[in-house]
Design a protein around this ligand. Structure first.
Ligand SMILES: Nc1ncnc2c1ncn2[C@@H]1O[C@H](COP(=O)(O)OP(=O)(O)O)[C@@H](O)[C@H]1O
Ligand SMILES: [Mg+2]
Length: 753
C-alpha cells in the first residue's frame, strides 16, 4: 500500500556517509542534486520532508518543484537545449534530469570548448568538476532542467499592501525609472529649443528678410523634430514595459495574499464585496503609473521652462505663475468635497457589484424559486444609488473646472494681451519682449500651467487612492496563514488522533462550539461522529483541517501538536469530502487529479474505483475525458459526490474526513458509497460525520456529540446499551423496525443495517 519512497530514501544518506558500500539509487542521486542546488542558495533541504508521488519511481521535476516551493525556494522546471546550456555563465547550479531517473549538477559552461562542467551530486563541494561535451551529455540527459532561486525574503511576501509596499514595488524598477527620467529631461530641453528658434525666426528672419537664416533654422527644426519623436517613442516604450512589470508584480502579490487568508476570513465576508475591494488595487495601480508618473515627468519641463520664462519677461512669468497657482488653489479647495462624492460612488458600485456576484453565484436558487423580480428590484435600487452619487460627484467636480476655465484663458490669452501692451507702452525697451519673445512665451507658458495643475490634481487623486488602498488593505492585510503554511514540522503521518480538552468558540458566539472535547483513536480507526444538528460535529472536523487554530487544549496527530505541523503538509496528508463539493470546470480526470502534479491515469482509475465512481465514469460518453460543466450541471448529485471522494482519495491520504458526505445522496448512491467505506478505510484513519446512524454501524468507534461536548464514545453495540442520546437517535431512525418487532434495541442490532 505504502509506495512512498521517502522511507526508502531516509536510510540512503547514512549509508552513503558510511562509505560507497552500495551504489545509490537514481532517486537518491536526484534528491541529492536538488539539495546541493538548494544549498547554494543557503537553504538546507531536509530529505525527510520530501513526499514522492506514489506512482513515481524517481521524483519528477514537478514534484521537486512542489517540495522546494514549500521550503523557501522558487524552483522552475523547464526543457533546455544544449546550445543554451553551454552558454550559461555565472548561473547558480542547475539540476539536469538524467534518463535513468538520477540527475547531474551543472556548475558552469565553457562555450569555446563546447563543454559543460558538472559536479557529482553524491560528492562533496570540493570534488573536481567533470567536463562533459554535447554527445556524452545527450546520452544521459533528458533535456529537462530544474532552475532554482531563493524566494524573496519572507518579509516581502508577507508585506502588507500599503503605500510603502507600493512604492517599493515601483522603486524596484530603478533602471527603467532612471532612463525615463533621463529621457524626460532631454525631451524638456528639446521642447524649449523650438520656441527659442521660432523667436529667432520672428525677430531675425521676418525682421531682416534673411532667407539663409530661415533655411538653416528649418534644418535645425527638422533635426530637432526627428530626435524629439524618437525620444518620445523610447520613453513611451520604457513606461509601457515598466508599467507592465509593476502590474504583474502587483497582481501576483495581491492574489498570493488573498489565497493566504484563512478560510475563516472568507466565511465571514461577502464574496462580491471582497472581490470589489481587492479590485480597487487597480485604481491604485493606474494612479501610480498614470497621473503620478506623468506629473513627476512634467515637473522636469517646469524646472527647465520657468527660468526661461523669467528671462523672457519677469512680469509675464509672474502672471503665469499666479494664474497656475490660482488654479492649483481651486483644485485643492474642491478636493475634499469631490473625493467625498467619489468615495460614495465607489461604495455604491461595490454594493451593486455584490448583487451581481450573488445573483450569478446563486443563479440556480434564484431561478428555481423565481426570485428574479426581487433581485431585479435590488439591482435597480443599487443602480439608482450609483447613478445618484455619480451625478453628484460629476456636478461637484464640474464647479472647479468651470472656475478654472477663465484662469486658463487668462494664462494663454491674457498674457498675450498684457505682453502686447507692455511692448507698445514700453519706451525704454527694457521690459519689452518683442514679437518673437511674445510668441515664444505663448508656446512655453501653457506648459507651466499643466504641471502645476497636475500637481494639485495629484493631491486630489492621492486622497482617493489612499481610500482605495485602505479598501484593499482591509481585505489583504488580515492575518494570513502564510507562516503556518510555510513553517512547521513535516512528520510522516500515520493517522493516530487525540483531542486533549479542546475548547473552541466561533468569534462572537456566546457559547462554545466545542466544550472540553477529549478522546483518542489509534491509527487506522474508522471513527463515526453523530449528534444533533449544531452539536459541533463539523467544528470538530474543521479544527482537524486547521481551518481554525485558536482553540485551547491540544489536538494531536500521532502525538504531535497539530499547531506545530506545517499546514500545507497537513492538508496534503488529509482528504476531505463535504456535503456539497465544488467541482471545477474541466474533465472528470482533471477534477480527480485537481492539478496535483505527477498523477497518471492509472492513479485516477484506482481512486475512482475505490470511490465507487468507476462504473458511471466508464458509462459516460467520453469516459475520463468527459467535460464537467460549471456548477457540475451535467452529472447527478451522487456522481458528483463520488468524484469528490475520488479526488480526496487520489493522494492516498492518511486521514480522510467525510462530513455528511453521503447525506444528500439518494439511497442507492449512499448504499454504494457506504459499501465501499470499509475498502476506502483500509490503511487510513477515517472520520465520518453522518446523521444517518445506519451508515456508521460498522465503525470501530462512534463519537456522540451533544452541545459541543463528547457524550460518549464506543462501538455501536456498546453505545446502544449505554448512551441514552445514541439510543434515542437510533430508535428514531429505526422506528419502523422497532414497531414491527416491538422489541428493545438489542435484537434489532442483529439486523443491523
Ligand atoms: N462559521 C461559524 N460561525 C459562527 N458559528 C458557527 C459557525 N459554524 C458553526 N457555528 C455554530 O457552532 C455550533 C456547532 O456547529 P457545527 O459544528 O456546524 O454543528 P454540526 O455540524 O454538528 O451540525 C452551532 O451552534 C453553530 O451555530
Ligand atoms: Mg455539520
Amino acid at each position: 500500500m505504502d509506495q512512498r519512497n521517502d522511507a526508502g530514501y531516509g536510510s540512503s544518506p547514512d549509508s552513503h556517509a558510511a562509505g560507497p558500500a552500495k551504489a545509490p539509487d537514481p532517486m537518491t542521486i536526484r534528491l541529492r542534486a536538488a539539495m546541493a542546488a538548494a544549498k547554494y542558495h543557503g537553504i538546507e533541504l531536509d530529505p525527510k520532508t520530501f513526499q514522492a508521488e506514489a506512482s513515481e519511481r524517481s521524483p519528477s521535476p514537478a514534484t521537486l518543484v512542489r517540495w522546494m516551493d514549500d521550503q523557501g525556494l522558487v524552483a522552475k522546471g523547464m526543457h533546455l537545449k544544449w546550445r543554451y546550456l553551454v552558454r550559461m555563465h555565472n548561473t547558480p547550479p542547475i539540476v539536469l534530469m538524467f534518463k535513468d531517473g538520477s540527475a547531474g549538477l551543472f556548475m558552469s559552461a565553457d562555450t569555446h570548448r563546447g563543454v559543460v562542467w558538472l559536479r557529482d551530486p553524491m560528492g562533496g563541494e570540493s570534488d573536481p568538476l567533470v567536463a562533459v561535451d554535447e554527445l556524452r551529455l545527450s546520452q544521459v540527459w533528458t533535456g529537462d532542467v530544474l532552475l532554482l532561486r531563493r524566494a524573496r525574503a519572507g518579509v516581502e511576501a508577507e508585506a502588507p499592501v500599503d503605500i510603502r509596499w507600493l512604492s517599493r514595488v515601483v522603486l524596484r524598477e530603478k533602471s527603467a525609472l532612471r532612463d525615463i527620467t533621463l529621457s524626460s529631461m532631454v525631451l524638456s530641453v528639446l521642447t524649449i529649443l523650438p520656441a527659442l528658434i521660432i523667436m529667432q525666426v520672428i525677430n531675425k528672419v521676418v525682421g531682416q528678410h534673411s532667407l539663409a537664416t530661415l533655411f538653416s533654422i528649418t534644418m535645425i527644426l527638422v533635426v530637432l523634430t526627428f530626435y524629439e519623436t524618437l525620444l518620445s517613442y523610447a520613453r513611451r516604450e520604457l513606461v509601457l514595459v515598466m508599467t507592465a512589470r509593476i502590474d504583474s508584480r502587483i497582481s501576483i502579490h495581491v492574489f498570493n495574499r488573498l489565497l493566504a487568508l484563512p478560510l475563516e476570513y472568507f466565511e465571514r465576508q461577502q464574496a462580491g464585496n471582497v472581490i470589489g475591494r481587492v479590485m480597487q488595487i487597480y485604481k491604485v495601480r493606474d494612479f501610480m503609473t498614470g497621473s503620478l508618473l506623468r506629473t513627476f515627468l512634467d515637473m522636469f519641463t517646469l524646472v527647465m521652462i520657468l527660468p526661461l520664462l523669467f528671462f523672457l519677461s519677469s512680469t509675464l512669468a509672474w502672471m503665469t505663475l499666479a494664474g497656475a497657482g490660482a488654479i492649483g488653489l481651486i483644485v485643492v479647495i474642491f478636493m475634499g468635497p469631490v473625493s467625498y462624492y467619489i468615495g460614495r460612488v465607489t461604495a455604491a458600485e461595490m454594493a451593486r457589484g455584490s448583487v451581481l456576484y450573488e445573483s450569478i453565484a446563486g443563479i440556480r436558487t434564484l431561478k428555481t424559486l423565481a426570485l428574479e423580480p426581487a433581485r431585479k428590484q435590488e439591482w435597480d435600487e443599487k443602480t439608482a444609488e450609483v447613478t445618484r452619487w455619480k451625478l453628484a460627484a460629476g456636478r461637484m467636480s464640474n464647479w472647479p473646472q468651470t472656475i478654472i476655465m477663465p484662469i486658463e484663458m487668462f494664462i494663454s490669452r491674457g498674457v498675450l494681451l498684457v505682453g502686447a501692451y507692455l511692448a507698445v507702452t514700453d519706451t525704454t525697451g527694457t521690459g519689452s519682449v518683442g514679437a518673437g519673445g511674445l510668441v515664444a512665451f505663448m508656446m512655453l507658458g501653457g506648459r507651466v500651467a499643466a504641471p502645476l495643475v497636475g500637481f494639485a490634481k495629484l493631491l486630489e487623486d492621492f486622497t482617493e487612492v489612499r481610500a482605495s488602498l485602505s479598501e484593499v488593505g482591509s481585505v489583504l492585510n488580515n492575518p494570513t496563514e502564510t507562516r503556518a503554511l510555510t513553517t512547521g514540522m513535516r512528520p510522516k503521518i500515520v493517522g493516530g488522533l487525540s483531542f486533549v480538552d479542546v475548547n473552541f468558540s466561533y468569534p462572537g458566539a456566546p457559547t462554545k462550539a466545542l466544550d472540553g472535547v477529549d478522546f483518542q483513536i489509534p491509527p487506522g480507526t474508522m471513527l463515526g461522529v453523530v449528534g444533533r444538528s449544531g452539536s459541533g460535529k463539523s467544528t470538530l472536523t474543521r479544527l482537524l483541517q486547521g481551518v481554525s487554530r485558536n482553540y485551547s487544549g491540544y489536538l494531536k496527530l500521532d502525538g504531535i501538536d497539530m499547531r506545530e505541523i506545517n499546514l500545507n503538509h497537513l492538508r496534503r496528508s488529509f482528504g476531505v469530502v463535504l456535503q456539497d463539493n465544488f467541482l471545477f470546470r474541466g474533465t472528470v480526470r482533471d477534477n480527480i487529479t485537481a492539478g496535483r502534479p505527477g498523477l497518471t491515469l492509472d492513479d485516477v482509475v484506482r481512486a475512482a474505483r475505490l470511490a465507487g465512481a468507476e462504473e458511471f465514469i466508464e458509462r459516460m460518453p467520453a469516459g475520463y475525458e468527459t467535460f464537467i460543466e460549471e456548477g457540475s450541471t451535467n452529472i447527478s448529485g451522487g456522481q458528483k459526490q463520488r468524484l469528490a471522494i475520488a479526488r480526496a482519495l487520489i493522494s492516498d491520504p492518511k486521514l480522510l474526513i467525510l462530513d455528511e458526505a453521503t447525506s444528500a445522496l439518494d439511497p442507492e448512491s449512499e448504499a454504494l458509497v457506504n459499501a465501499n467505506l470499509a475498502r476506502i478505510g483500509k490503511g487510513r484513519t477515517m472520520v465520518i460525520v453522518s446523521h444517518r446512524l445506519s451508515s456508521l454501524v460498522d465503525c470501530d468507534q462512534i463519537l456522540v456529540m451533544e452541545q459541543g461536548k463528547v457524550d460518549d464514545i464506543g462501538p455501536h453495540n456498546v453505545l446502544v446499551e449505554r448512551c441514552a442520546i445514541y439510543r434515542q437517535l437510533w430508535l428514531q431512525q429505526n422506528r419502523h423496525m422497532n414497531a414491527d418487532r416491538n422489541a428493545g434495541p438489542a435484537p434489532m442490532l442483529a439486523e443491523g443495517d
